[in-house]
Design a protein around this ligand. Structure first.
Ligand code: 6AU
Length: 263
C-alpha cells in the first residue's frame, strides 16, 4: 500500500532517523497528528498553554526567538512539560544560510537549539550545504530536519521547480531529512517515505491580515495526504477555551487520518 494508506506505526520501518521513528511511534501511541504552533511572547503564557494543550499534541512547535524573557530556566521548564505530556519539540528556525553559518546558529548562541529541539527546519534555498552543515551537528544527537518545500502564505515563491528541487535535496540526505513543510504529500512512491507537516490550518477563518492562508484539517490530511497539521492561533487565539479548541483540532485531524486509511 502507498504510505498515505499505511498507519503511522507501519511507517516507522521506513525511517532510519531516530527523531522520525520516535515521532511516528508517539503519534501512534497518543493518537494525535496535531502540532501546536505556540507563538506567544512570554514564558508564563507559553508554559501555561503548553501545559494545557500538551496531552493532545505530538509535537510542540516553538519560535524560541520571540520570547521576550527567554532564559535557561525556560528550557528546563520546557523539558519538564515534554516529559509530563509526552510530546516532541520542533524549533521552527527556518535556517537559510550557508552550511558553516547554520552549524553555529543551530548549536551555539544563547538558544543552543540542537540541545533541546528534536526537529528543526531549513529553507533549501542555499543548496545542499545547508543540510550538510545542520547534519554535522544534528545527526549525532538524533535530530531530524524538515525542508520548506512549500509555504502557506500568499504569493510564496516556493512552488514548481523549487519544490521539486527541495524533494531532490531531501532524497540526497535521507538519514537526516525526515520530511517537508508543505501543503500536500509530495512523493507518492511507496518505496520512499517523508513526513509532511502542513501549517496554515484553521477551522474558523480563511486568512489573517498578513498573507497567511488557512485550510481545514480534513482538506490537509484527507484530500492532500499530509501527515501532521500545524495549528497556532486557531487554538490559542480563538477566544474560547484552549483545551476545547485543541481537542477539536486533534479530533478533526485524527478523524481525517482514519478516513484516509479506510478509503
Ligand atoms: O496557525 P498560525 O497561522 O497561527 O501559525 C502558523 C505557524 C507559524 C508560522 O511561522 C508557521 O506555522 N509556518 C511555517 C512553518 C511551520 O515552517 C511555514 C509556512 O509556510 N507557514 C507557516 O505559517 O508559527
Amino acid at each position: 500500500a502507498f504510505n498515505s494508506k499505511k498507519t503511522y506505526g507501519e511507517r516507522i520501518e521506513n525511517f532510519t532517523n531516530i527523531a522520525a521513528r520516535e515521532l511516528l511511534t508517539l503519534m501512534e501511541r497518543k493518537k494525535t497528528n496535531l502540532s501546536l504552533a505556540l507563538d506567544v511572547n512570554t514564558k508564563r503564557e507559553f508554559l501555561e498553554i503548553a501545559d494545557k494543550v500538551g496531552p493532545y499534541i505530538c509535537l510542540l512547535k516553538t519560535h524560541i526567538d520571540i520570547l521576550v524573557d527567554f532564559d535557561q530556566d525556560f528550557i528546563e521548564q520546557l523539558k519538564k512539560l515534554q516529559n509530563k505530556h509526552d510530546f516532541m519539540i520542533f524549533e521552527d528556525r527556518k535556517f537559510a544560510d550557508i552550511g558553516n553559518t547554520v552549524k553555529h546558529q543551530y548549536s551555539k548562541g544563547i538558544y543552543k537549539i540542537a540541545e533541546w529541539a528534536n526537529i528543526t527546519n531549513a529553507h533549501p534555498l542555499p543548496g545542499d550545504g545547508i543540510v550538510s552543515g545542520l547534519k554535522e551537528v544534528g545527526l549525532p544527537l538524533g535530530r531530524g530536519l524538515l525542508l520548506l518545500a512549500e509555504m502557506s502564505s500568499k504569493g510564496s515563491l516556493a512552488t514548481g521547480a523549487y519544490t521539486e528541487a527541495a524533494v531532490e535535496m531531501a532524497r540526497r540526505h535521507r538519514d537526516f531529512v525526515i520530511g517537508f513543510i508543505a501543503g500536500r504529500k509530495l512523493v507518492s512512491n511507496e518505496n520512499e517515505d517523508f513526513i509532511v507537516m502542513s501549517p496554515g490550518v484553521g477551522l474558523d477563518s480563511s486568512k489573517d491580515g498578513l498573507g497567511q492562508q488557512y485550510r481545514t484539517p480534513r482538506n490537509v490530511i484527507l484530500e492532500s495526504n499530509s501527515d501532521i497539521i500545524i495549528v497556532g492561533r486557531g487554538i490559542y487565539e480563538s477566544g474560547k477555551d484552549v483545551i476545547e479548541e485543541a481537542l477539536r483540532y486533534k479530533n478533526a485531524g485524527w478523524n481525517a487520518y482514519l478516513e484516509r486509511l479506510m478509503n
